[in-house]
Design a protein around this ligand. Sequence first.
Ligand code: ADE
Length: 230
Amino acid sequence: MIGIIGAMASEVDGLKEIMKNKTIDIISGVEFCCGSIGGKEIVVAQAGVGKVNAAVTAQTMILKYNTKAIINIGVAGGINPTLNIGDIVIADRTVEHDMDTTAVGDAPGFITGIDRVYMDCDKEISELMYQVSKDMGIHTIYGVVASGDIFVSEDSVRNKIADVFNGDAAEMEGGAIGHVCTMNNVPFAVLRAMSDCANNDSVVDFPAFAQKAAKTSIEIITEFLKRYKG
Ligand code: ADE
């Protein structure tokens, strides 16, 4: 079983609509929809926005559904200057940009316990998602997906994420899912379509482009599931 997590309804509803043989469980107020696409058994959940919601959902998937991999899909704010709205970032690593124990001598983003700043994504899944996105003619890059419990809507915050973490896209869940998957030794990947550029225009761009960007990420994951052999 592969787990697929989105934060908002627009990021997962399109998948739930095309799933076959659906069953639903509600755990901690989160709906887990099991079924299949392209012959692959999947569980899809709308976690809600932010790192804690994402973490609870990822941990539940691992314990209850024994997911062999988790993929986080949805929208993000583009930070890498080559990115425009509608483009795709496939994470090669995730980071939690709001994790900060620098006052006691740690590196920015350092997570005590798993003792690292960056979480590495699964290569096989990421490469196939990258290929699918490219084949659809979309400008697609690998990069650092930086997560925090903040909607990035100021150039100053965007610049900090770029300078301190080499962040290519900002969102609010991928790093938490990476964190949970790393703790549990479960492979994970992050696919994000740009709804805005994580800057002073984001409050205008996000509502205008999030729906369409979310749809693009659903189209890519759907085709991925058809091609994936794992
Ligand atoms: N998701 C989409 N755009 C975002 C932004 N600018 N900041 C955080 N999460 C986002």
